[in-house]
Design a protein around this ligand. Structure first.
Ligand code: BES
Ligand code: MN
Ligand code: ZN
Length: 497
């Protein structure tokens, strides 16, 4: 697929379909006016007759004669006040849905001159071009690697996106959007890969391949022997019931100055979560192949960095293990000593994410991090609390939390903060060890984060619980690519110019 930016007058360009925005009220954007003028007022007529409503995400495909483009797709962009980045993206998704499997080979998109609301950055044309680039890539995603038949071939081969100029900021915003979409798609490929292929050592190979393809990425893989030596016993306890050995995967992107402290991303990489001896019920267990979604988003973010080369240092660390029940598996009641020296009573082997993460969070102290952000499909309780729309955010630093919330808003990849108050900590009291690995039914997402907070005292830290957002269930079952956009917005805002 070919995606390009163009600042030429759109109404005279040749294409198989031209996409324009029709708002529900207020002024029409210049490109819509130009197309309407070329059509002698046809769009205005259709608007007055009620065929084009302007409702956000509503679409009307109109065949036209005597123009360099035989079709116009009018996309509703809603009322002035509701033009948030999220609604703009909804309109884009609806538009791409209309043409992606249609007859047009070359589509011209003129939507970037529609105003958006939000903070100053969100309101810019650059922000809209970023969203258009990302949405094009991520809405055209398919995953056919394991279908034996030939995948259907699309007619669509080229998309031109209209912009007000060809300046560097506009171009790089569009390129960053495309790269973000590709990063999401990489994350989705990893997440969708079946658990009999995607093992911890397979994930390690993906990291080595990424490092091979990109000069700015270096990788190091620790095996179980090396982790044992470091005292990573809680991580190893999770892997003990599996024939697949655990891996600690370290990827370093060094695009900034040598003295810039790195931003560290830590991903939960449970390649399959049966629950272990505390076995999960069978129904829907296949979805636990996505329990490496946090690590997949670290891979996606790393790829975006490697492709766009911002001036920043980022370290990605993935705690990869498979949670299986067998004779060697950890039992409820086992007590293990974590790398930090704190002892943990494992009361439920299905609360394994925090066990692999706590050792990884101790390990990353060696990087003297600017901040540490961990990403994990950590608790079913997060889906109960926030559903599938918002990622759960917990942090020991208000500034970091607020920045991540703003990034989520701009990137249409929202998070919502939950408290980490001391009052919740006592739910982790154990009669026999320094702590137990579960906190009972109340506030399951918070007590999971409380557990992690005991290992993150020495740096600024945020935890993103992506149990509800990393994948879709039901008919559209599959990995979502979240929260790569949030991460990239955040990291880019910390890159030096
Ligand atoms: N990977 C699961 C969390 C999860 C559940 C993610 C459903 C997505 C969908 C995690 O390892 C887990 O099993 N958590 C337990 C914790 C409990 C035992 C304290 C849970 O949420 O039930
Ligand atoms: Mn589990
Ligand atoms: Zn899990």
């Amino acid at each position: 697929m070919n995606f390009t930016l163009s600042s030429k007058a759109i109404a005279s360009q040749k294409a198989d379909c031209i996409v324009v925005a029709v708002p529900e009220n207020g002024d029409w954007p210049a490109s819509t006016l130009a197309v309407d003028a070329a059509l002698g007022g046809l769009l205005r007529q259709l608007n007055e007759s009620g065929d084009i409503t302007g409702k956000n995400g509503s679409c009307l495909l109109v065949p036209v004669a005597g123009q360099p483009w035989p079709r116009v797709l009018a996309v509703g962009t809603g009322a002035d006040k509701e033009r948030t980045p999220t609604n703009f993206r909804k309109a884009l998704i609806a538009a791409v849905g209309q043409f992606k499997d249609g007859a047009a080979g070359h589509v011209m998109i003129a939507l970037a001159d529609t105003p958006t609301t939000g903070d100053e950055q969100a309101q810019s044309e650059a922000a809209r071009l970023n969203l258009i680039g990302r949405t094009l890539e991520d809405q055209l995603y398919t995953f056919n690697a394991y279908k034996s038949g030939k995948p259907p071939v699309r007619k669509l081969r080229k998309v031109t996106v209209a912009a007000s100029g060809a300046s560097k900021p506009l171009k790089s915003a569009f390129e960053l959007g495309l790269a973000t979409g590709r990063g999401m798609n990489f994350t989705r490929d990893l997440g969708n890969t079946p658990p009999n292929v995607c093992h911890p050592s397979w994930l390690a190979e993906q990291a080595e391949q990424l490092a091979q393809e990109h000069e700015l990425i270096k990788t190091e893989i620790l095996d179980e022997k090396q982790m044992k030596k470091l005292g990573m016993n809680t991580l190893l306890a999770v892997a003990a019931g599996s024939t697949q050995p655990a891996r600690l995967i370290i990827m370093e992107y060094r695009g900034g100055n040598a003295k810039d402290k790195p931003h560290v991303l830590v991903g939960k990489g449970i390649t399959f979560d049966t629950g272990g001896i505390s076995l999960k019920p069978g129904e829907g267990m296949d979805e636990m192949k996505y329990d490496m979604g946090g690590s997949a988003s670290v891979f996606g973010a790393m790829q975006v960095l490697a492709e766009t080369k911002p001036k920043i240092n980022v370290v990605g660390v993935i705690a990869a293990a498979e949670n299986m029940p067998d004779g060697g598996a950890a039992r409820p009641g086992d007590i293990v000593t974590s790398m930090s020296g704190q002892t943990v009573e494992i009361l439920n082997t299905d609360a394994e994410g925090r066990l692999v993460l706590c050792d990884a969070l101790t390990y990353v102290k060696r990087f003297d991090p600017a901040v540490v952000i961990d990403l994990a499909t950590l608790t079913g309780a997060c889906i109960i609390a926030l559903g599938n729309h918002a990622t759960g955010l917990l942090s020991n630093d208000d500034d970091l939390a607020n920045e991540l919330l703003a990034s989520g808003e701009r990137a249409c990849d929202r998070a919502w903060r939950l408290p980490l108050w001391d009052e919740y900590q006592s739910q982790l009291d154990s009669n026999f060890a320094d702590m137990q690995n579960i906190g009972g039914r109340p506030a399951g997402t918070i007590t999971a984060a409380c557990f992690l907070s005991r290992f993150t005292k020495e740096y600024r830290w945020a935890h993103l619980d992506i149990a509800g957002t990393a994948w879709h269930s039901g008919k559209a079952k599959g990995s979502s690519g979240r929260p790569v956009p949030l991460l990239i917005d955040y990291l880019m805002s910390h890159a030096s110019k």
